[in-house]
Design a protein around this ligand. Structure first.
Ligand code: NAG
Ligand code: NAG
Ligand code: NAG
Length: 233
């Protein structure tokens, strides 16, 4: 099990500035996450496909993405959104406004649609595209809501951080420790590692909490109850 996770979880290419965190998850662990995200009450958690497509098309327009682009093109959406987030704070705020419109457009379909279990149960899903799709919107949810004032204040440092050795050490350690048998503990440990590393790089006022949550939020539905520590000061 461990060797499978080890051999398939690879850090994406050369380090680039990025607010959506660059790392790769093996299909086995995406499947495990999906299983753990299975909605408790299927009757009240429905992702309405017509509404989903409509809202996605509207979201795509801001980025100049074709109407046909959907959750099936998750890696393309991840990279496109990332490019806008990296332009400047003005563009980041516009992305957040676009994300708010998407969230409001989907209404009660939002969480059922942004769910690995729901999406991977559609015909012929591609695991890594689906994972990239879901983590794009989870990352936006964090930086545009709870982490918004921090990301606006420290945009440059937070965006540059994933290019550092400190980030690569935390993610490399995640790479080596995460497995089906050690999933949430590895997520928690990586959150602590990122907390300390972001604090060291960008100052303790809120950077550590931002960095930990920015990673943890992707696992919010598969590792219930994990929390990042707010620095007391
Ligand atoms: C989007 O995904 C669909 C289905 O996998 C694929 O046929 C299409 O080429 C993709 N579009 C882009 C721009 O990647
Ligand atoms: C932000 O980046 C966009 C795209 O490069 C550019 O058009 C815009 O002028 C920039 N805004 C600021 C305030 O730098
Ligand atoms: C993750 O593990 C794979 C396989 O051992 C390795 O090729 C890759 O370089 C590792 N990535 C990091 C960031 O350690």
């Amino acid at each position: 099990m461990r060797s499978v996770a080890l051999s398939l979880l690879v850090l994406l290419g050369a380090a680039q500035a990025s607010i959506l965190l660059p790392y790769h998850m093996p299909d086995e662990l995406i499947q495990l996450m999906a299983f753990r995200e299975q909605p408790q009450n299927a009757a009240i958690s429905v992702c309405n496909d017509i509404q989903f497509n409509y809202c996605q098309t509207h979201f795509n327009q801001f980025f100049g993405m074709d109407d046909s682009i959907s959750w099936r093109n998750g890696s393309y959406i991840f990279n496109t959104v990332q490019n806008y987030l990296m332009m400047n704070v003005t563009e980041l705020v516009k992305v957040c406004n676009t994300r708010t419109q998407f969230y409001q457009c989907l209404g009660s379909s939002y969480y059922p649609c942004m769910n690995l279990y729901t999406l991977l149960n559609k015909p012929q899903p591609d695991f890594s595209n689906t994972f990239d799709y879901v983590r794009t919107f989870r990352g936006l949810e964090w930086m545009c809501v709870g982490g918004f004032s921090e990301v606006v204040a420290q945009w440059s440092c937070l965006a540059t951080f994933p290019t550092t050795k400190a980030y690569q050490n935390c993610i490399g350690n995640f790479n080596q420790t995460v497995s089906a048998a050690n999933f949430c503990p590895a997520v928690a440990q990586t959150g602590v590692c990122l907390n300390d590393a972001y604090n060291a790089a960008c100052g303790p006022a809120g950077a550590g909490y931002f960095g930990c949550e920015n990673f943890r939020i992707t696992f919010d539905n598969s590792c219930w109850g994990l929390r990042c520590m707010v620095d007391s000061q």
